[in-house]
Design a protein around this ligand. Structure first.
Ligand SMILES: Cc1cc2nc3c(=O)[nH]c(=O)nc-3n(C[C@H](O)[C@H](O)[C@H](O)COP(=O)(O)OP(=O)(O)OC[C@H]3O[C@@H](n4cnc5c(N)ncnc54)[C@H](O)[C@@H]3O)c2cc1C
Length: 451
């Protein structure tokens, strides 16, 4: 037995269920929890529960140590990097990585499963679940925030397919949330989940998928980035719902940056794929292009390494259209060289089939997600702030800002009011506070939820 761990934090021994797998700095296995995708960390104690019951034990333990930070880690790909911390407790649920295909085109997924593995497990059944563009992102972080993926225009957000979620709540309870049971918690978990508990199991409806999808990579060399962005926006908005596209822009100066487009067409007939892609070829001069058919899981296969260092600076905005003013602003941001990475992703399409008040994620009419990374210079921050007026909302998963202003961008006022009330009901002491914290003290008085 490990005597340091027996004494736990501040002399509070760890429960028997957790002590053998818990990690202190320097222990074998600890280094896996010292880097997320973009950020390094040095947690004081990593708890590694292997079952929902052990997650309950971990939460009860963390409740007694509110004086240190608490991070919740599933896949470790969080862009804000706050699933890890320095000196605090991390509850890592990466071992809860179940992927089970159920009757009736459903699947049960654990938060620690990776989306690449999920896609690979579903494909032999002719099924899929739209979830991001990276196979190494974890289920837990993405499925509690939104999920804007390669099939988003056709099938909507990942959370739109969620039928129920089991949550370990701040009091250590285990709650099954669905449209019929604890519907308020179910609402909050679909877009703001990190504030309300630790999701330990998800049940999703799945969509059919063919053996292959079309995938195009086009490298444009537009003369005028702003004009190109507007044309891209109009083209995407008018495309068939099976078409979803991402533009990746890098700084080039004076509006001449090359633009790489990645476009997925969910069809396995080559003629249909080409017909839906053809209009994109005429948008601007092309330096390079390739089109292929590939299995959907191949789109998500990426290495899972996490070697993040330093402090990430990333922002996101959701826009209904790529208007002339927004396109100009983005072109100026690129020309300034203050951002080293800018993506314009499709949202839209089937996202709008779900009413805005049906989930905590509210921005149903936004057709575009703009996400950028910068070095955190004052120029980058000022230029981004200048763009905010062009966005109707923000997607938490690509944002690193903190503070109340960030919540006001992430949620419309009525959503935020409801979230504050629910925070007070489900987590009145603010245990889950490290990532986009909704302070329960800012809610109108209410009663704590009885489970
Ligand atoms: C390379 C890359 C590509 C990406 N592409 C996309 C994309 O195409 N579409 C998209 O929508 N997003 C995308 N993302 C963003 C990604 O969805 C989020 O960063 C997500 O939070 C990562 O989940 P994770 O479990 O891997 O991360 P973690 O770092 O483990 O968790 C991130 C945060 O999620 C919360 N959280 C984690 N687990 C749980 C849980 N079980 N219960 C409650 N809250 C929890 C915590 O607040 C935690 O800080 C991408 C990120 C990266 C790094």
């Amino acid at each position: 037995m490990n005597s340091e761990l027996d004494h736990g934090l501040a002399g509070d021994p760890l429960p028997d269920s957790l002590v053998t797998r818990a990690l202190l700095p320097g222990r074998p296995g600890y280094s896996r929890y010292t880097a997320g995708f973009f950020r390094s960390a040095r947690p004081g104690l990593v708890l590694r529960p292997q079952s929902p019951g052990e997650v309950q034990d971990a939460v009860r333990y963390a409740r007694r140590h509110r004086d240190v930070p608490l991070g919740i880690l599933s896949g470790g790909h969080g862009i804000s990097g706050r699933s890890l911390n320095d000196g605090g407790i991390v509850i890592a649920v990466d071992a809860l990585n179940e992927i089970t295909v159920l009757e009736g085109n459903r699947a049960r997924l654990g938060p620690g499963a990776r989306w690449g593995d999920v896609a690979a497990a579903l494909a032999p059944h002719g099924l899929s679940l739209s979830a991001g563009d990276s196979g190494s992102v974890g289920v837990g972080g993405l499925a509690t925030a939104g999920g804007i993926g390669w099939l988003v225009r056709e099938h909507g957000l990942t959370i739109d397919h969620l039928r129920s979620v089991d949550v370990v709540t701040a009091d250590g309870g285990l709650v099954h949330a669905s449209a019929d049971e604890h519907p308020d918690l179910f609402w909050a978990m679909r877009g703001a989940g990190a504030n309300y508990g630790i999701a330990v199991s998800f049940e999703f409806d799945l969509d059919p998928i063919g053996p292959q999808v079309g995938f195009a990579m086009l490298v444009y060399t537009p003369d005028d980035i702003a004009a190109f962005l507007q044309a891209w926006g109009t083209m995407i908005e008018n495309s068939h719902p099976t078409v979803t596209g991402t533009l990746i822009l890098s700084p080039g100066g004076q509006g001449t940056s090359p633009a790489q487009a990645l476009i997925v067409v969910d069809a396995d007939d080559p003629d249909t794929v080409m017909e839906r892609l053809q209009p994109f070829a005429a948008l601007a001069p092309l330096a390079n292009q390739s089109v292929q058919l590939m299995p959907y899981p191949a789109l998500l296969s990426q290495p899972a390494e996490q070697h993040g260092r330093g402090e990430p600076h990333g922002h996101s905005g959701l826009a209904r259209h790529l208007t002339p003013a927004l396109a100009e602003g983005l072109a100026h941001l690129l020309a300034s060289n203050s951002s080293f990475f800018l993506t314009v992703r499709s949202a839209g399409g089937a996202v709008a089939d779900t009413p805005a008040d049906a989930t905590a994620y509210a921005w149903r009419k936004a057709n575009f997600l703009i996400a950028t990374l910068g070095g955190g210079s004052a120029d980058f921050e000022t230029r981004w702030t200048g763009l905010l007026a062009h966005f109707e909302g923000m997607y938490l998963s690509f944002e690193t800002d903190t503070g109340p202003g960030v919540l006001a961008r992430a949620f419309p006022p009525a959503h935020l009011t409801r979230l504050r009330t629910l925070k007070q009901a489900w987590d009145p002491s603010g245990l889950f506070r490290d990532n986009f914290f909704i302070d329960p003290a800012t809610a109108a008085p209410t009663h704590q939820h009885n489970i």
